[in-house]
Design a protein around this ligand. Structure first.
Ligand SMILES: *C/C=C(C)/C=C/C=C(C)/C=C/C1=C(C)CCCC1(C)C
Length: 268
């Protein structure tokens, strides 16, 4: 049973998130023209991420609306279950793309690109797949166990980003270098938010947080919604900024070559 305020908080968060995904889609499609072809695939991935997420938010929104009915001033379960699987299907598709676009936007040698992308994609898929059984588990113990297993690939991803990627970041130049350093923190900050939200029902279940089931449900839905806007739209805008900085740096590098040497310089 939810109060009208609790019901509307989730309802409006889902609606806001859906609108943000649509707006971001338009932005990423148009912004694609402003970066050099080499980095365009990163912006295309950003656009796909928000399109996939926008679709799922629309479905989650519909599912939320159908799951409750107003009765004597309170929202009670209608009997149609709220479908949380949309979220995990969404993450399964979007999370690997988010890590792939980070690698795509960096100015890296081809071999390194492929290896890093493969490692990050596999780890992110494992993280989502292991998290799902816990999300639908009925007991705090099962949720904690799957949550722990899912944290292993999560830690591996953080290790790659902050350990393995250091060399790659030092190869970036000027503005792109600063932006790349910052985007790692944005990724860690926003991705780190998901396991915290995931913990809410466990903390409530064992009595550390006396939230009650309604407030826990609301907290999880609003928390994931905010995290998704930052991790998909905000992150995509930073990817765009890096792509633009790297495009400009590439042009400047070509222009810096004296005209006489131009003919001898292999095309980039
Ligand atoms: C656009 C969606 C994104 C960026 C989703 C990211 C999701 C995570 C980083 C989830 C991580 C989890 C753990 C590390 C442990 C508990 C279970 C999860 C799946 C919530």
């Amino acid at each position: 049973m939810l109060t009208p305020t609790q019901f509307s908080l989730v309802y409006n968060t889902l609606s806001f998130t859906f609108a943000t995904m649509l707006a971001s889609f338009v932005f990423f499609v148009l912004a694609r023209q402003q970066v050099s072809p080499k980095y365009r695939s990163a912006l295309v991935m950003s656009a796909i991420v928000v399109a996939v997420a926008g679709y799922h938010y629309f479905r989650i929104f519909e599912s939320w609306s159908a799951a409750f009915i107003l009765q004597d001033g309170m929202y009670v379960a209608s009997g149609v279950p709220f479908n949380d699987a949309y979220r995990y299907v969404d993450w399964l598709l979007t999370v690997p793309l988010l890590v792939a676009e980070l690698i795509a936007v960096l100015n890296l040698p081809k071999g390194q690109r492929g290896r890093l992308t493969a490692q990050l994609v596999i780890a992110s898929v494992a993280m989502i797949v292991l998290g799902y059984p816990g999300e639908i588990a009925q007991t705090a113990g099962a949720r904690a166990l799957w949550g722990f297993l899912s944290t292993i690939p999560f830690v591996y991803i953080v290790w790659i980003l902050f350990g393995q990627l250091n060399g790659a970041i030092e190869q970036q130049t000027g503005e792109a270098k600063v932006l790349t350093r910052n985007i790692r923190w944005l990724l860690l900050g926003t991705w780190g938010f998901y396991p915290i939200v995931y913990l809410l029902p466990i903390l409530d279940g064992v009595g550390i947080l006396a939230l009650g089931s309604a407030a826990t449900l609301v907290g999880v839905q609003v928390g994931y919604g905010i995290a998704d806007v930052l991790a998909k739209c905000g992150y995509g805008i930073m990817i765009y900024a890096i792509a633009k900085a790297n495009s400009e740096a590439d042009v400047a590098a070509i222009e810096a070559v004296p005209a006489g040497e131009m003919a001898a310089t292999p095309a980039r």
